[in-house]
Write a protein that binds this ligand. Structure first.
Ligand SMILES: NC(=O)c1ccc[n+]([C@@H]2O[C@H](COP(=O)([O-])OP(=O)(O)OC[C@H]3O[C@@H](n4cnc5c(N)ncnc54)[C@H](O)[C@@H]3O)[C@@H](O)[C@H]2O)c1
Length: 373
């Protein structure tokens, strides 16, 4: 039977989630709320659901809701996630919250621990790895085709440059916040790197903004260069930027993970996965003939999909499946704890940058919640 869902926040992303729930056989979208009346009212026309103008009104009117899907934004796009999430958890509802889990790490820790205390699922929309290429990559890791992981290289950013920059804009969620890009965006690349290589134990960051932002007195540090070490010994690098340059290779984002038995790359998030077996493995590339000229023929899996928007329904469906199947808490995909990890890394990166590039150890994560629902 479909689970009853109520959405909080019905603007760009709330509308996107609503469509995914309407199309998902495991979801029954019954209610939407937004503090801006006209926005909430749009949901009646679009989906014929009940609408409310506050979370409490929605919760009181629908005691049978199973899941609250928090699609609010706020300061740094995470400033208004804490209150609706805590209110929904207090009312006994499972919660799916947009990323970043919060823009404040203390609030994020509280959200994760409160969900655990209540015995409820808290998931986060870390949607970027709910794709066929990412599944292929995880299979390759599980089958031992990468071997001991040695490196992880990740690049991510919007296409842009000085010709397309037209000032800091007037979005109250981002305007005037130097760490808007860092907090709102790095949840994605950090979650992808962690999905493939595990926990990060050390971080060093340098950040900058291009001259055109400085001239416009836009404080956002939009260029992030982050060096990491994973607990498995693998080292990694993340380059992230916000429409400051063009990124020819790999599209919207690309990642490459290499180990002693082979490497894989993902190009353009949803589009292409390639596996490069190590020379000598399984009849591939002649180990006698290595050196700069050696060419490793990859096994390529091209999905033909270029629309990153397809990750939203896949991720939302995964959450609905996990809650429907009452998976053990530690098996919840893209959990609140996973989202907290990305925020701990984000805060460690900020600390490193502010200290002039010191290496920082991210705050440890809470113990995994093990009791089944
Ligand atoms: N996962 C992704 O790929 C992805 C992509 C873009 C944005 N996002 C995230 O989605 C979230 C929403 O983004 P957006 O661009 O739609 O934000 P937005 O600020 O445009 O819209 C948020 C809506 O929530 C409403 N709202 C705020 N507080 C509320 C409350 N307490 N109760 C009810 N309604 C409330 C606002 O009135 C607004 O209509 C952000 O956290 C953002 O980081 C995720």
């Amino acid at each position: 039977m479909a689970l009853k869902v109520g959405i909080v926040g019905f603007r760009g992303i709330g509308q996107n989630h609503a469509k995914a729930h309407m199309d998902d056989p495991l979801s029954e979208l019954v209610a939407v709320c937004d503090v801006v009346k006209e926005r909430a009212d749009e949901a009646v026309e679009k989906h014929g659901v009940k609408v409310y103008y506050s979370v409490s009104e929605m919760l009181n009117a629908h005691p049978d809701l199973d899941i609250v899907d928090v699609c609010t934004g706020g300061d740094e796009n995470g400033g208004w996630h804490y209150e609706p999430t805590m209110e929904a958890l207090a009312a006994g509802k499972h919660v799916l919250v947009e990323k970043p889990i919060s823009n404040t790490v203390t609030e994020a820790r509280e959200m994760v621990s409160f969900a655990a205390e209540k015995g409820l699922y808290l998931g986060c929309n870390l949607n970027h790895y709910f794709t066929a290429p990412a599944d292929k990559a995880r299979e390759a890791i599980a089958e031992g085709k990468i071997g001991e992981q040695l490196f992880c290289l990740m690049r991510m950013g919007f296409q842009g440059g000085e010709f397309s920059y037209d000032g800091p804009g007037d979005n109250p969620n981002s305007n005037g916040f130097p760490y808007f890009h860092v907090k709102a965006f790095l949840a994605h690349p950090f979650s992808i790197m962690r999905h493939f290589c595990g926990d990060i134990t050390q971080i060093q960051a340098f950040m900058n903004r291009p001259g055109f932002r400085k001239t416009a007195q836009d404080p956002m540090v939009s260029v992030n260069s982050i060096h990491v070490k994973f607990s498995n010994g693998c080292v990694g690098y993340l380059f992230s930027q916000r429409g400051d340059t063009t990124m020819g290779y790999g599209g919207w984002w690309s990642v490459e993970v290499g180990g002693t038995k082979g490497s894989f790359s993902i190009e353009n998030c949803v589009e292409k996965y390639s596996y490069y077996p190590a020379p000598g493995s399984d009849g591939k590339a002649d180990p006698e003939n290595l050196g700069p000229k050696a060419v490793i023929e990859p096994e390529v899996f091209n999905t033909g999909i270029t629309d990153f928007g397809t990750t939203f329904p896949s991720r939302i469906h995964a959450f609905m499946e996990d809650v429907t199947n009452k998976v053990p808490f530690e098996k919840l995909r893209a959990s609140g704890r996973d989202a907290l990890a990305t925020l701990e890394y984000t805060f460690a990166a900020i600390e490193s940058f502010e200290s002039g590039g010191e290496t920082v150890r991210p705050h440890p994560l809470p113990k995994q919640q093990r009791v089944a629902q």
